[in-house]
Design a protein around this ligand. Structure first.
Ligand code: AVJ
Length: 321
């Protein structure tokens, strides 16, 4: 038999790493932080005292669950579709309330990770057995496209955690537009947006003293080491956070502490770093009502209501078509 050379499919990850590290200035996409270890680190971040976002949103849901239930409920029942379900800690507040009050609804969590969905489903079976749940594995947009003609019940599309903040405004508009296209008149989008606030509070949230956020950011380099056979020396990079109070953009970087070369064998690539050269890794956009309204309008949505915590550090908005 003839020997065949193995053709390795080039992954999107490999392509984007190649593109970002050969660009000037260098960059990597934060979406690749989230492998198993990255997911774990983010769970830890959500429990850090400095990372106020999780608590704020938790409090908003707790405080406004009855009002939200009134907005969401419908004579014919409704579908609660969650993009990026995670461990469902915050969502369970709503699920509990809706179930206990005999509101007719079905919960449809969407996540890219089947593992996360399986964990979520089994924890729901234990904690809120009466909730009617159907998990949907896939990327948001593919699942959303299918949902557009899913059925004629009212759809509440829910995106918690200010995940939209990882997108620059043009991409955020595309994201909202894709959701809008999957909505019918009467459907609602319920979404969290972290707010502009004291710049120091924001810097502290993304630069915790225990170094968890640093490890989270550096997980990008570890993934490249593990999956693309590279030799990044993680200790030769420093996590650096900036916040521009004018634009509301928090930015994460990895800064090279010395001149160095890194080999990425799977890409047959050698990358040179000058001392103090940067890799931009993440943005975490902060908003105010005007910006949120502008984004929504650009995407064909109108803002109809919002809910905030005591300090208005964080807001959850309702949008309709
Ligand atoms: C998951 C995108 C909401 O930007 O606040 C946390 C990710 N990065 N700490 C955020 C993150 C650093 C987080 N989001």
């Amino acid at each position: 038999m003839e020997k065949q050379t193995e053709i390795k499919p080039t992954s999107e990850f490999a392509l984007e790493v190649q593109e970002g590290l050969t660009a000037f200035p260098k960059y990597l996409s934060s979406k690749y932080i989230y492998d198993k270890k990255g997911d774990k680190l983010f769970q830890t971040i959500m429990n850090l005292p400095e990372y106020y976002l999780t608590n704020c949103e938790f409090n908003i849901l707790e405080k406004h669950k009855a009002a939200l239930s009134d907005y969401f409920k419908d004579k014919k029942g409704f579908d609660l579709i969650e993009l990026g379900a995670g461990d469902g800690k915050k969502t369970k507040i709503l699920l509990k309330y809706l179930t206990e009050n005999n509101i007719d609804f079905k919960y449809l969590p969407i996540d890219i990770s089947q593992n996360i969905l399986d964990d979520l489903e089994s924890s729901l079976t234990k904690e809120i057995p009466k909730v009617n749940v159907e998990t949907l594995q896939g990327t948001y947009f593919n699942v959303l496209k299918d949902l557009a003609n899913y059925n004629s019940r009212k759809k509440i599309i829910m995106v918690l955690g200010s995940n939209i903040g990882n997108l620059p405004h043009d991409k955020a508009i595309d994201f909202l537009m894709n959701i809008q296209k999957a909505m019918n008149p009467g459907d609602m989008l319920f979404m969290g947006f972290d707010q502009k606030k004291n710049p120091q509070t924001i810097l502290d949230a993304y630069n915790d003293p225990t170094g968890i956020t640093e490890a989270f950011n550096k997980n990008l380099l570890e993934r490249i080491n593990n999956e693309l056979d590279a030799n990044f020396d993680i200790d030769k990079f420093k996590h650096w956070e900036t916040y521009n109070p004018e634009t509301g953009t928090a930015k994460s970087f990895l800064v090279s502490l010395e001149e160095q070369k890194v080999n990425i064998n799977a890409l047959n690539l050698e990358i040179n770093f000058k001392q103090w050269e940067t890799i931009h890794t993440e943005i975490s956009q902060k908003y105010d009502d005007d910006v949120v309204e502008w984004l929504a309008n650009q995407a064909g949505l109108k803002m109809t209501e919002f809910f905030c915590d005591e300090d208005c550090f964080y807001k959850n908005y309702i949008f309709e078509k």
